[in-house]
Design a protein around this ligand. Structure first.
Ligand code: DDH
Length: 264
């Protein structure tokens, strides 16, 4: 084991999560998305991208349209990085995501240190590898198959949309997915199975799904999970069995955050 005290870093991250002046009063969902997007550039065929390198520090990746808003997440972690300068950004961002999922009532995610921060900016993966919310099942499959995931893992990972919300000033979409966006649960799947969804324009003109009183939303890419028969099977399973969702999610999120990380 390394002499570095990662448990202390985790504790410090937990201490900054509650925030009265931010969204639903927790930074957790934003930090989960930061961890996800630092992994989601992975390409199995070339073994490039992924969380190793923390390449979102570099302008090109930071400016990828899909990463809009994540500078705020990185900024909130700066005091932690200053407190523990020995931890790499790459490890810190993933640790923050894992710790946030647990702190918001989700499963414990296995996490291992060892990611490094690339100095060479040319190792930044190309833009355009992140999923696009307006696209259909082919696109969703292409993105996740590129990372090495199967249909069950896709549906399971998308369950992270039990947390947080979309922001008109970031993605252009509007609203949270579930009634309590700072509690990890399987409500997302239960809601997907209802027929309460209207395809309507958000205030910024983005087409999305709202429920009857517009208090909840789904992205077109979320709705794909019930429109596509092969995906829908897993939505049903996770809607009915919260424990199975938690167990599968812990495995899939761990797999996600190990993609492209060199291990002996
Ligand atoms: Fe997501 N996501 N996501 N997402 N995501 C957004 C927010 C959050 C897509 C689009 C969006 C995953 C998959 C997809 C989280 C976690 C995960 C927003 C809103 C959009 C748009 C951003 C904003 O306006 O602030 C698309 C498309 C996909 C897809 O794969 C097809 C996955 C797999 C995860 C994961 O963590 C494993 C979280 C958490 C949020 C809430 C962020 C917040 O600030 O709150």
């Amino acid at each position: 084991m390394s002499e570095h005290n990662y448990a202390a870093v985790a504790k410090s991250i937990i201490s900054i999560l509650p925030r009265k002046d931010y969204d639903d009063e927790s930074l957790g969902p934003l930090l989960v998305r930061l961890a996800w997007h630092s992994c989601a550039t992975y390409d199995m065929a070339t073994n490039t991208g992924g969380s190793n390198g923390a390449t979102m520090r570099f302008r090109m990746e930071a400016d990828d349209e899909g990463n809009s808003g994540l500078e705020t997440g990185r900024m909130f972690l700066e005091p932690i990085k200053r407190q523990y300068p020995w931890i790499s950004y790459a490890d810190l961002w993933i640790l923050a995501g894992c710790v946030s999922i647990k702190a918001l009532g989700g499963p414990k995610i296995k996490w291992r240190p060892g990611r490094v921060d690339f100095v060479d900016e040319s190792l930044t993966p190309p833009n355009g590898r992140l999923p696009i919310a307006s696209k259909g099942s082919d696109h969703v499959r292409n993105v996740f198959y590129r990372m090495g995931f199967n249909d069950q893992e896709i549906v399971c990972l998308m369950g992270a949309h039990n947390l947080g919300r979309t922001h008109p000033n970031r993605s252009g979409y509007d609203g949270p997915w579930v009634t309590n966006p700072i509690k990890f649960s399987n409500e997302f799947y239960k809601l997907l199975m209802t027929n309460d969804w209207q395809y309507t324009s958000s205030p910024t003109g983005r087409m999305q799904y709202y429920n009857h009183d517009k208090s909840l939303m789904m992205l077109p890419s979320d709705m794909v999970l019930v429109q596509d028969k092969k995906f829908r099977k897993y939505v049903k399973i996770y809607a009915l069995d919260k424990q199975r969702f938690f167990n599968d999610f812990a495995l899939a999120f761990h797999k996600l955050n190990e993609l492209g990380v060199p291990r002996r």
